[in-house]
Structure formats: structure tokens, C-alpha cells
Design a protein around this ligand. Structure first.
Ligand code: SF4
Length: 97
């Protein structure tokens, strides 16, 4: 989707929600608590429950633009994880307030 997905049964899934474009975050697991994510103790699972950043309009637009140069097919989400994390850092620098 682009923008808010009013058909989604989970809306609103985050406190600050402006866009559902990245319901599935392309950076998962980023392992960077700066945007609110955290490891769940004793489970080795990364939780994005408190990360609103990827659901805000400005970061969404920045990420969308950068992804065009990196992703050619869905396997790239795993194969190019480090490249994706570099894109995340660039977008954070541009958009984190
Ligand atoms: S914490 Fe945020 S940026 Fe990191 S993987 Fe989760 S949703 Fe993506």
C-alpha cells in the first residue's frame, strides 16, 4: 500500500502512524534501538513494536527512493541486507528529528 491502509484490520498498529507502505520493514532485523526496536529477552527475536519511524511519511518516501536502486527481486531482502542497512542509516540521517 501507499499511505494509510484503511482496509487493514490492524489499523492503527503504531502510535505515530502516517503510512503503511512498509508494514513489513525491509530492514528487519535492523538491531538498532535508535528508532525504538529491541531484542526480546531470552528469545533471540527482534521486536519492532515501538518503532514508528518506518511508518512516518518522510522516512517512507526516502526509503522508497533508495530501495529502487537496491532491490531487483524479493530475495535481495536477505541477500543485500548490509546494503539495506546502509540505506537505513542514510535515511535516518535525513529524517530523524
Ligand atoms: S526497528 Fe524499525 S527500522 Fe528496525 S527493523 Fe524494526 S521496523 Fe525496521
Amino acid at each position: 500500500p501507499k499511505g494509510l491502509d484503511y482496509d487493514c484490520e490492524y489499523l492503527p498498529c503504531h502510535k505515530a502512524l502516517e503510512a503503511c507502505d512498509f508494514c513489513y520493514c525491509p530492514f528487519y532485523p535492523c538491531a538498532d534501538g535508535l528508532t525504538g526496536g529491541e531484542w526480546i529477552k531470552n528469545k533471540d527475536v527482534w521486536s519492532c513494536q515501538h518503532c514508528d519511524w518506518i511508518h512516518l511519511e518522510e522516512p517512507c518516501q526516502a526509503v522508497r527512493k533508495g530501495l529502487e536502486d537496491i532491490l531487483e527481486d524479493k530475495n535481495d531482502l536477505k541477500a543485500k541486507h548490509m546494503e539495506l542497512l546502509k540505506l537505513r542509516r542514510e535515511c535516518l540521517l535525513k529524517t530523524l528529528k
